[in-house]
Design a protein around this ligand. Sequence first.
Ligand code: A3P
Length: 286
Amino acid sequence: SNKYLFKHKGSYFLQDTVTPEYIDSLEDFEIRDSDVFLVTFPKSGTVWTQNILSLIYHEGHRNGTEDTNVIDRVPWLEYNVRKRDYVNRPSPRLFATHLPYYLVPKELRQGKAKIIYVARNPKDALVSRYHFSKLYFKNEKVEDFETFMEMFLAGKVVGNLWLDHIEGWSAQRDNLNILFLLYEEMKKDLRISVLKICNFLGKKLTEEELNDVVEKASFDKMRLDHRANYINTSSGILNSNQFFRKGTVGEWKNMMTVAQSERFDSIFMERMEKLPFKFFWDINEF
Ligand code: A3P
């Protein structure tokens, strides 16, 4: 049993972060054309991209709001425990969400707003979540890696089944204004990824601003930036070294046995190969 996880409309959520009523209310949440939504499966580089968006939109235009956390700049659509006022937020509003396509606001499903979907190879997302949930007791209950992997493969984790999440969103790629990015390509060349994001959003940065974003979004800088490592201040449970754990590609190889990896492949590969993305499993593939 898992006392912090509950299921609503086929999706798993954490008890303290959201209520079924709030999820239901999002169906009619009004979307603006100027809204930007960051969509991820958990542990795929959400905070990283939240920070990039925050830097693109807010650095250089700080006017006394220097200390605003990334989470306040790019708040969660569904986890609004602090009851931020989204309706009166000035445009462009930036949001992050882990929701599956079928649970996001109707107008977002109908193609309003811009969406950035960041995906990470699911073995690394699994390993990252395992470590995160092992430390943070209000997440999925973790006994050992083997058991956690089975939960992940059965979709009994926040974000549900990784395959369903990415298929659900990528199936809509022709109906939505959506940019797909891979965690691994961001690792390989953050500058190009930031440029892709800027082009997609129609934001023109100077060379200097671009360099600044790339530098401030680096793993080492973010770990020390109290506006980015907000986990530290909001929960008091994790410190930034635990959240900014490794930030690498291929960490799954240090965790999964050959047998576990083969089991993972036997369940995931057939559907993964039909996805319109090429995943990198290893730093040597670059
Ligand atoms: P690891 O646990 O593998 O280190 P999310 O924000 O979606 O929860 O994802 C968390 C993962 O993104 C963690 O992975 C974290 O270290 C990694 N991450 C955060 N900031 C990063 C950065 N600037 N560069 C690379 N990885 C980053």
